[in-house]
Design a protein around this ligand. Structure first.
Ligand SMILES: [Mn+2]
Length: 293
């Protein structure tokens, strides 16, 4: 297991210099944040990010995330161009030597209305709720859209030796009426079978799946072993059926047996990157929410 840390780029109050001082830290998890979703990432920006990280004696271990355009998630007819751009980004990251990409397939968080700027006959815009659009985000359709996407991109990822690691939906239950498709052990199993290729893998996040009492994180780590390409370690304190607090990492502070989870990773020989997920802020620190030191 390689210890990594999320860094949000130059605007992150936690600097690469800070991160380098954490004992055992070898890698950085980052992304390029100023490219519109759906566009291919330019090679010069990828190389600049990588060089900056390496100048600090760290490795750019994981890109989290290369976002998936909404048209791909919704299966719109315009998706193919965005998928082509995604493939280009995979190829460029592979060429630059970055071998793990984390992504998710959650429909945008704040879609409480299906169209935020629908044009009315008089030319004005209004929020509308169209169940035909919401249906496109139903689990069955969502899974078909994910399958279409994976069938296109996984062969490219395999060719470039870039491991794709999907992050589970967070939290793992429907939110504001939007369905979720990656929420439990059965979903993960189905996802891996959609394209049964080792490059189609997981970001196993104890903080997302672990808030559901049905998810035994150590069991999931043992079960999916070689298909786990990236690990998020977070402890949570379950306070109700669908309520939780993010807790400090040691087991005694939350509901998860963190030692048992780490043991499971060790047993399956996991040697990929792991990062603490949603750090707390202490001593009056003012970092990015969830990403203090
Ligand atoms: Mn996570």
């Amino acid at each position: 297991m390689k210890m990594t840390f999320r860094w949000y780029g130059d605007s992150d109050p936690v600097t690469l210099k800070n991160i380098k001082q954490i004992p055992g830290m070898v890698g950085i998890v980052s992304a390029i944040y100023d490219i519109p979703v759906g566009e291919a990432w330019p090679m010069d920006k990828i190389v600049a990010l990588k060089n900056k990280v390496e100048e600090h004696g760290l490795k750019l271990s994981v890109i989290e995330s290369v976002p998936v355009h909404e048209d791909i998630k919704l299966g719109q007819s315009t998706r193919d161009q965005y998928i082509e751009n995604y493939k280009t980004t995979i190829r460029r990251l592979g060429e630059a030597g970055i071998k793990v990409i984390c992504y998710n397939f959650m429909p945008v968080f704040d879609w409480t209305r299906s169209d935020l700027a629908y044009e009315l006959p008089d030319g004005s815009n209004a929020l509308i709720f169209d169940e035909k659009i919401v249906e496109k985000m139903a689990p069955s359709t969502g899974e078909l859209n994910l399958e279409y996407f994976l069938k296109e991109i996984i062969p490219v990822a395999a060719e470039e030796d870039v491991k794709m690691a999907i992050h589970p939906d967070d939290p793992p239950w429907p939110i504001f009426g939007l369905s979720r498709i990656i929420t439990n052990e059965d979903n993960l199993e189905r996802l891996l079978k959609l394209v049964d290729n080792s490059y189609n893998g997981l970001t196993l996040c104890s903080g997302s799946l672990g808030v559901s009492k049905d998810s035994d994180m150590a069991r999931l780590a043992r079960r999916f072993g070689k298909r786990i390409h990236f690990s998020h370690m977070r402890n949570v304190k379950i306070t109700g059926a669908k309520s939780f607090e993010e807790a400090a990492h040691p087991s005694q502070h939350g509901s998860l047996d963190m030692v048992e989870i780490l043991k499971a990773y060790y047993e399956v020989g996991f040697d990929g990157p792991m990062r603490p997920d949603h750090r707390r802020m202490i001593w009056g620190e003012t970092g990015k929410a969830g990403y203090g030191l």
